[in-house]
Design a protein. Structure first.
Length: 228
């Protein structure tokens, strides 16, 4: 399968996703939109992964390429290509679907629990009843029409959703590795104003191998679900 990654800034890449895709025999191509707004023909893409970034989906004046990106995502979904959106990527899916994206009551930055929502439908991805995930987001969205909420947290009702059988949006980062966590801290350190839902740099970087192995394992399950 030809998997195309929409990357918005250099420091928010695929992380643990890339080795999983490569080991499964998929090919990876990338667009780094902060450097070039050009997007490939959808004929050359089988599936799509949309990464995070510090901008908002509503920042079209500052980042005019967001208009074209949303249009491209909307067409990919219309063509029923598998799509995974992470953080900003999930918000872009919601926006491309016509849903509102807006500031959350609180920012969530750091390691905080999410809760999977039970389902008897085998076509819906199921998260564990509770797991700790890595977060870095200050916005949320209304659930796209027809979407199923698949995870929530105490502070954010729409932590994850599934649209049809081949589109998943995540507000949190399960692809994070120790290296990518450090890169996010180094590039977005000004956001780390400690509060109830914002951890300090030391707290974020104190996560051990078990935390990364846990979130990367759930990401692997999502990838196997979307990109069999």
């Amino acid at each position: 399968m030809r998997v195309h990654c929409l990357q918005h800034v250099p420091f928010e890449g695929l992380g643990a996703i890339a080795p999983w895709l490569e080991s499964a025999g998929h090919t990876i191509s990338r667009s780094l939109l902060s450097e070039s707004p050009e997007l490939p023909s959808l004929d050359s893409v089988d599936s799509l992964i949309i990464m995070g970034g510090p901008m908002s989906v509503n920042d079209e004046d500052a980042y005019p390429w967001l208009v074209q990106e949303k249009r491209w995502i909307r067409e990919a979904m219309r063509l029923r290509k598998p799509v995974l959106g992470i953080c900003l990527g999930a918000q872009l899916i919601a926006s491309a679907s016509g849903s509102r994206v807006y500031p959350s009551p609180v920012k969530e930055i750091g390691w905080f629990p999410i809760h999977g929502i039970p389902s008897d439908d085998d076509s819906v991805f199921r998260f564990p009843p509770e797991m700790k995930a890595f977060h870095w987001h200050g916005e949320t969205f209304d659930l796209p029409r027809g979407a199923t909420r698949i995870a929530r947290s105490a502070e954010c009702e729409n932590q994850a959703f599934q649209l049809g059988d081949s589109i998943i949006g995540l507000q949190f980062h399960l692809e994070t590795t120790p290296e990518s966590a450090r890169a996010m801290v180094e590039n977005c350190r000004e956001e780390l104003i400690p509060s109830r839902c914002v951890q300090t740099e030391a707290e974020i970087l104190s996560a051990g191998p078990d935390e990364f192995e846990s979130i990367n394992g759930v990401m692997a399950a999502i990838l196997a679900f979307l990109f069999p």
